[in-house]
Design a protein around this ligand. Structure first.
Ligand code: MG
Length: 355
């Protein structure tokens, strides 16, 4: 089954409310869908968001990179699956989102050609999952209100974005934890703190018997010493997100013992193959993973759910709320997102464009 064409299309969808972290503010989804067309008529879908502050990607750069890689893939047959994946991985340095998009589309094609849902092709069996939901960085009152709204929608895990100042962040976490004692809190600082102030804040929480499930990326992505400094001084687990893009970085960071958990994102690691590798590496070290997403749509977020099924013993936490943040979902079919509940079904294909 030969690849005959590769196309891209920008999709846009408004968010229900602005998405605000220590790194950025976003009001609407704008991401890129790639389609890989074969001579048999089968079409594979891939998708990725332009997260300039994390992966360095902007939409025009992603389109340019796909146009650059396209001639290397045209004429190749999908049956030569591993060699095509090798081409994608080695076609260009960096560009992790573009590699992820192309891989997603290739995995979609491969699974469709075998008439299997992707998770089945990857050897997974689990089909029901629970995700957290992100509470954007705002005033305490607004964050409390949005936490209540999320809990009313059935979420029992909140991912709290912080990164204002260490004292304000402490007040935010304390207020939400004390107002909603039965809710699990994940705290994401998106690199906003330094090691000493991180410990200052975490110790104050511990004194109040407030123990978030984890603290995500408290310090700069490359501050491995800082991460380790924090980890050695608190019982609250540390999750590495922006610190880990590649399987090799996963090995480095696990060897240095700087985190308790790893956040896998397809757009960071370059796709399904490296996502599986990172999960397997973490498994070797006895470290559990979260699987997360960028602000992106149901095709790429859905692929991460298939990955979670394929590595259910290692990927134990899902942060796959991006589709639920959209005012409407521009993708039809694929994984079923219903607030905190996510279901894989027996359909082939990751979904297609169209409402
Ligand atoms: Mg994060």
């Amino acid at each position: 089954m030969k690849i005959v064409d590769i196309k891209t299309q920008i999709i846009k969808a408004p968010l229900k409310k602005p998405f605000k972290t220590a790194l950025r503010r976003v009001d609407s989804l704008e991401d890129l869908v790639v389609t890989i067309h074969t001579e048999s008529g089968l079409v594979g879908y891939g998708e990725g968001g332009a997260t300039a502050v994390i992966t360095g990607d902007i939409i025009s750069g992603m389109i340019g990179a796909i146009e650059y890689i396209k001639p290397m893939l045209i004429g190749k047959t999908i049956e030569d699956f591993n060699s095509i994946l090798y081409i994608v991985a080695n076609s260009i340095v960096h560009n992790s989102t573009v590699k992820s998009m192309l891989e997603i589309a290739l995995y979609d094609l491969k699974a469709q050609s075998l008439k299997l849902p992707l998770y089945r092709f990857l050897g997974g069996s689990r089909t029901s999952f629970t995700t957290d939901i992100t509470i954007s960085l705002n005033s305490i009152d607004k964050m409390l209100k949005e936490s209540q709204e999320a809990i009313d929608l059935g979420y029992d895990i909140l991912k709290i974005k912080v990164g204002k100042s260490i004292l304000e962040d402490f007040e935010i976490i304390k207020s939400i934890a004390q107002t909603f004692p039965d809710t699990t809190l994940r705290v994401d600082a998106n690199q906003a703190w330094n090691p000493k102030e991180s410990i200052y804040l975490l110790k104050k929480l511990e004194k109040l018997d407030i123990y978030p499930e984890l603290i995500e990326q408290p310090v700069k992505a490359n501050d491995f010493r800082g991460m380790r400094y924090i980890r050695e001084r608190t019982v609250i687990p540390i999750l590495a997100d922006e610190s880990i893009f590649s399987p090799k970085q996963a090995i480095e960071i696990l060897e240095l013992e700087v985190c308790d958990y790893i956040n896998i994102k397809l757009a960071k690691c370059g796709g399904v193959s490296n996502g599986l590798k990172i999960a397997d590496i973490a498994g070797l070290y006895g470290v559990k993973c979260m699987i997360g997403c960028m602000l992106e749509g149901a095709i790429s977020v859905g692929t991460s759910v298939h990955l979670a099924s394929a590595r259910e013993n290692t990927i134990t936490m899902l942060d796959l709320d991006a589709v639920n943040l959209l005012a409407y979902n521009p993708i039809r079919g694929g994984v079923e997102f219903n607030e905190s509940k996510i279901e894989l079904n027996s359909s082939y294909g990751l979904g297609i464009l169209g409402i």
